[in-house]
Design a protein around this ligand. Structure first.
Ligand SMILES: [Zn+2]
Length: 296
């Protein structure tokens, strides 16, 4: 029964065209929630995977609502990859809508060995943005590699080789981030962001997060919250407020005009962007360079 449904859906998908981002033809069909995870999967899988990100570039994963095309993409996937920890739980609803409960689902951020989770925006939740710490991103790569090997055992050796090269590059990237942050005077290593995406990055690389403009994407702060954030920015002499491409800059501009801090509007965290920010590695390099330029 289910396989018939999938066939019908797959046929309908061909008629409707691809979802969110264009998959390359052939290869193991992998559907994931964000362009960042899609890139990680491509780095390990290369031409043997056909990856679709449901949330398009510059889309907001926190408030995303799956459309019929996304349901079709999930229905035809052989492997589903999500973050978990509340970032992209809507995928579980999409999986039910696609009758794809039998498809393997990998949650990249949950139950990772040696990870110290930070609190999320609601009591009892955890912040889901682990991948912005490059060391934790390597754990994502390990999990992606294991899942690809399970789903496509015929290319297991190749996936392992690709993953080993990728891990080596991420080691080098981690070192570069540390070296760049070291050029910021310690007293200036603090920032304010639009949404709370950087706590793992900040903890790993020695930057203090003085405040966050919105508690959760899609929720505007109250006047009292804005006032207390302005006080915190002034008290800590924060030089720059960072906003992200997928969010409006109005609120951040208000904070800047009332505190004298500079707005840096082009930080990337949950989504890749246009060139040069087209890979996870480029995203980390870009963000680090923006931070260093604004804070040094
Ligand atoms: Zn986020």
């Amino acid at each position: 029964m289910r396989s018939l449904g999938v066939l019908v859906l797959a046929a309908a998908m061909t008629a409707c065209g691809p979802a969110a981002s264009e998959p390359s033809a052939g290869g193991l069909k992998v559907v994931t929630t964000t362009t960042v995870f899609a890139d990680m999967i491509r780095q390990v899988g290369g031409d043997y995977v056909d990856v679709t990100s449901l949330v398009p570039k510059n889309g907001d994963v926190h408030t995303f609502e799956a459309k019929p095309n996304d349901v079709l993409a999930v229905a035809s996937a052989k492997l589903l990859v999500m973050n978990g920890l509340g970032l992209d739980d809507w995928l579980e609803r999409t999986i039910r809508n696609a009758s794809a409960e039998g498809t393997p689902v990998v949650k990249l951020a949950e139950g990772l060995p040696g990870v110290q989770l930070l609190p999320g925006d609601e009591p009892g939740t955890q912040n889901p943005h682990l991948w912005l710490d490059v060391k934790y991103a390597q754990l994502y790569v390990d999990r992606i590699t294991a899942a690809l090997k399970r789903a496509d055992a015929g290319h297991a050796t190749w996936y392992e080789t690709q993953a080993a090269a990728y891990r080596t590059r991420l080691d080098a990237l981690d070192g570069e981030v540390r070296a760049k942050i070291a050029t910021i005077p310690p007293v200036d290593r603090k920032l304010v962001t639009f949404h709370d995406a950087l706590p793992y990055y900040a903890r790993e690389y020695g930057i203090a997060i003085v405040g966050v403009a919105v508690q959760a994407p899609g929720q505007d702060p109250s006047a009292a919250e804005i006032a207390s954030l302005i006080d915190a920015i002034k008290a800590a002499h924060v030089k720059a407020i960072f906003s992200e491409s997928q969010f409006p800059t109005r609120l951040v501009d208000q904070l800047a005009s009332e505190t004298g801090a500079t707005v840096v509007a082009g930080l990337y965290d949950d989504s890749l962007g246009d060139a040069p920010v087209t890979t996870y590695e480029a995203l980390i390099t870009w963000d680090t360079d923006q931070l260093v330029k604004a804070l040094r």
